[in-house]
Design a protein around this ligand. Structure first.
Ligand code: GLC
Length: 418
């Protein structure tokens, strides 16, 4: 185990550039990604507190003046990536994408503060990060839930973090692809097309991007004009947990969070109202096309991470999760294996992802410690057997995507320490 620990640390260090860390050392992802960086900071916190803080500081350096933290920061203008800074054409201090990702930085800050002693000068920097995180979450309240329903929308599949999940098939099928759309994908130069999103998916991704760029990424307009507007259960669960964790750490440090506190009650009640008693599930909702998205995705179970105060629902969700991968050797597959949407090796349409296992492990620790520990030991065994990859087949454990994958290494460091 200690060899693997060293390997995990080295992956992070080798993927590190000036103050930030790439998701992997190959050419697939040559920039700083939002939720990757948050996981990565947690990994660093076990062996280099300074790098942990700097990782988050670098991420928030890219925060827009309205509060949004982009999903990608292009610290170096690498033209081999697509879509790069030339396509997005935005960013405040740092060239960036014009959309966001799950705001897990708040939860990562709480985890770091719970277990680590920080000096007063480090605490001062962390307080700054807490204030920026608050502004980020307020941005979601204002622009992604303008009618204060309690639930925030994502306006692009990339915002979910689960890019080509079948969750988005229906909403994307309604998009009118831009005429004469011309672009060149770069992901297929470094990855096999069998594991990557399809052309039709990319056409939609770029059509949306172009639409947002034409509106100059004005957050007040995007909510109404986007051809994609979805309330994703996974995203809202991570958002709710982020709000709870922010209020906890902010209040401890005398930072007022009244508006976020109010949002928590609203979001929690609204999420609970989406619980489907017939099949013990939560389903995402296509706001634009007024359609429930009945897709058996592992992200529907992120509700456990959100710590909703409803024992009965939590218990029935746990029972359902226990059956989710009952016939497969490796879990959790991103899509339920017996579903017609499942594809064994295609990115977010079936493979096992370490961050999903980690989110569920954290969500279950207090609700069902035995199950949580089973998930943990299973995840550690998978890494032990197959190393630190981006994703794995749930049938054979075969690794796919990038190797030396930073968040797999970072979350491994958290798992072995907790
Ligand atoms: C892909 C993933 C996303 C991740 C990024 C960098 O786009 O879907 O979740 O943040 O790669 O690793």
């Amino acid at each position: 185990m200690s060899l693997l620990k060293r390997e995990a640390e080295n992956i992070l260090l080798n993927n590190r550039r000036e103050g930030y860390t790439l998701p992997t050392n190959n050419k697939l992802y040559p920039a700083q990604w939002n939720w990757d960086s948050a996981y990565i900071a947690l990994g660093y916190s076990y062996f280099n507190k300074e790098f942990a803080i700097v990782e988050l500081e670098k991420l928030f350096e890219g925060q827009w003046s309205d509060g949004m933290v982009p999903h990608i920061l292009f610290h170096q203008k690498d033209e081999n990536y697509f879509p790069n800074h030339n396509t997005w054409q935005c960013g405040d201090k740092i060239p960036s994408s014009g959309i966001t990702q799950p705001p897990i930085a708040a939860s990562i800050l709480k985890l770091m503060l719970d277990k680590t002693e920080f000096s007063s000068s480090e605490m001062e920097r962390i307080l700054n990060l807490i204030k920026k995180t608050k502004k980020y979450l307020e941005w979601f309240c204002k622009y992604r839930d303008p009618n204060d329903t309690g639930l925030v929308s994502i306006l692009h599949p990339w915002e979910s973090g689960t890019d080509n999940s079948p969750l988005w098939d229906f909403p994307l099928s309604k998009i009118l692809i831009e005429e004469n759309l011309a672009y060149k994908r770069r992901d297929l130069d470094v990855s096999s097309s069998d594991v990557r999103p399809l052309k039709r998916d990319y056409d939609c991704y770029i059509t949306l991007l172009n639409q947002f760029r034409n509106q100059k990424y004005n957050p007040e307009q995007l909510y109404d004009i986007s051809m994609f507007n979805v309330v994703d259960i996974g995203f809202n669960s991570l958002f709710l947990k982020a709000c709870k964790d922010l209020v906890y750490i902010a209040t401890k440090n005398n930072i007022d969070c009244t508006s976020i506190q109010k949002k928590i009650t609203r979001t929690e009640n609204k999420l609970i109202s989406l619980y489907n008693q017939n099949d013990n599930s939560f389903y995402s909702y296509d706001v634009l096309n007024k359609q429930t998205l009945e897709i058996p995705s592992i992200t529907n179970y992120f509700i456990l991470f959100a710590d909703i105060q409803n024992k009965e629902i939590n218990n029935s969700i746990i029972q359902s999760l226990k059956k989710y991968n009952s016939n497969e050797k490796y879990f959790f597959s991103s899509i339920k294996p017996d579903s017609k949407y499942f594809e064994e090796i295609r990115y977010w349409r079936g493979p096992v992802w370490i961050n999903c296992n980690w989110i569920l492990y954290k969500g279950l620790l207090e609700k069902d410690p035995d199950f949580a520990n089973k998930i943990k030991s299973h995840t550690l065994d998978l890494i032990h057997e197959k190393d630190f990859h981006e994703y794995y087949s749930c049938k054979s454990g075969t690794p796919y995507g990038a190797n030396n994958f930073s968040w797999s290494a970072a979350l491994y460091l958290d798992l072995i320490n907790n």
